[in-house]
Design a protein around this ligand. Structure first.
Ligand code: GLU
Length: 304
C-alpha cells in the first residue's frame, strides 16, 4: 500500500449520521468515504449519532444505522457518542461565545419576508434585524452568532477541500448571523458538530457535499472557540432519477441488510473506485482501501 503523508498516528475520522431514518445509498456513500479515508490512513474511525433534534428523529433509526454499518463491515473504534448526552459541552461553548452572540425574536416568516436571499442550505439569509436588540415585548426565537460585516477579512472563510478544491465564503453575504441555539432550547447542528469534532480529536471530516455550505460556518466557529480546523473532503451526493439529492424525502429506500455486497459495490462505483472479482464483504474492504489510498496519497492535492 502506498505511504500516505498524513501521520497515521494522528488521523481521526468520523461518521456522524442523524437518526432520521435508515441508511440509504446516499448516506452509505458518505459513510464509505469516511471509513475508507480513515483506514487508508491507518487512522481511527468514530461513530457519532447526531440525535439532538428529537422532532426529526425516527424511533429505532439509530439502532438500524449501527446494525447496518456492522453488517456492511464498517466497525467503529471506541464508544459510540450520542449528542443528546453531550449538552453540557454545547452550553459551555455557547457561554464562551456570549460576547459575540445575541437573542433574536424574528420568526421564520419575518426572515423570509426580508427577501435578502437564500443561503446554500436553502435557509433565508438573516438580515440582522435583532443585532442591536430585540423589539420591546418580544421574546427570543433563537440565539445567533454575530458574523463580521461584509468586506471584513475575518468573515471571509477560505479552505481547500480535498475533493472539491478551493472554496471561499463571505459569511455576511452568504448566510448572515447564524443560529447557535433555538428558542425551544435545541442546540444548532453547527455548534454541536464543531464542539464534538474538537473534543473527539477529529483531524479529517469526510462527508457529503450537501454539507459543503456549512463548512465555512463551522470553520468560523472553530476560530471563535479557539479550536483546530480539521481537513475536509466532501464527496458528491447521490442523486435520484430526477436529479434531486437522495434522501428519505426524495424516495430513498433503506439498504438491504441481506445484500451488503451489492450496495457496497454500487457505492464504490459512485466514488470512482473500480473493483474486480470481489467475493465477500471483507474482500471488498481489502481491495477498496488500497485503491482509495492510491487516490488520496497526496492528501493536499485536489481532484483525485
Ligand atoms: N448529522 C449530519 C447528517 O446526517 C452530518 C453531520 C456531519 O457529517 O458533519 O446530515
Amino acid at each position: 500500500m502506498q505511504r500516505l503523508k498524513h501521520s497515521p498516528l494522528n488521523y481521526v475520522g468520523r461518521f456522524a449520521p442523524s437518526p432520521t431514518g435508515p441508511l440509504h445509498a446516499g448516506s452509505l456513500r458518505a459513510a464509505m468515504a469516511s471509513y475508507l479515508d480513515a483506514r487508508a490512513h491507518h487512522g481511527r474511525w468514530l461513530l457519532r449519532i447526531e440525535d439532538l433534534d428529537t422532532a426529526r428523529a425516527v424511533p429505532d433509526a439509530a439502532h438500524h444505522i449501527i446494525q447496518t454499518l456492522a453488517a456492511f463491515g464498517m466497525d467503529a473504534d471506541g464508544d459510540i457518542v450520542w449528542q443528546s448526552q453531550r449538552k453540557n459541552s454545547y452550553q459551555q461553548a455557547f457561554d464562551q461565545l456570549a460576547d459575540v452572540s445575541y437573542p433574536c425574536s424574528c420568526s421564520r416568516r419575518e426572515i423570509a419576508d426580508s427577501r435578502i436571499g437564500l443561503a446554500s442550505d436553502g435557509a433565508a439569509i438573516y438580515p440582522g434585524t435583532c443585532r442591536n436588540g430585540m423589539a420591546a415585548g418580544r421574546s427570543p426565537h433563537a440565539w445567533r452568532l454575530r458574523v463580521p460585516e461584509a468586506g471584513h477579512a475575518e468573515g471571509e472563510i477560505c479552505f481547500k477541500d480535498r475533493w472539491q478544491g478551493l472554496f471561499t465564503e463571505q459569511l455576511a453575504t452568504a448566510v448572515g448571523d447564524f443560529v447557535l441555539k433555538r428558542g425551544d432550547g435545541f442546540w444548532a447542528y453547527q455548534l454541536a458538530v464543531v464542539v464534538d469534532d474538537a473534543i473527539q480529536g477529529v483531524t479529517d471530516v469526510v462527508r457529503g457535499a450537501d454539507l459543503l455550505g456549512s463548512t465555512a460556518r463551522q470553520i468560523y466557529l472553530q476560530h471563535k472557540l479557539g479550536l483546530p480546523t480539521p481537513r475536509y473532503l466532501h464527496v458528491p451526493v447521490v442523486a435520484n432519477a430526477a436529479g434531486e439529492k437522495l434522501s428519505k424525502q426524495t424516495g430513498a429506500s433503506a439498504l438491504d441488510l441481506n445484500k451488503p455486497l451489492t450496495a457496497l459495490l454500487e457505492a464504490a462505483q459512485g466514488l470512482g473506485l473500480a473493483l474486480d472479482g470481489v467475493n465477500s464483504v471483507p474482500d471488498f474492504w481489502r481491495k477498496a482501501i488500497p485503491l482509495w489510498a492510491q487516490r488520496f496519497a497526496e492528501p493536499d492535492v485536489n481532484h483525485p
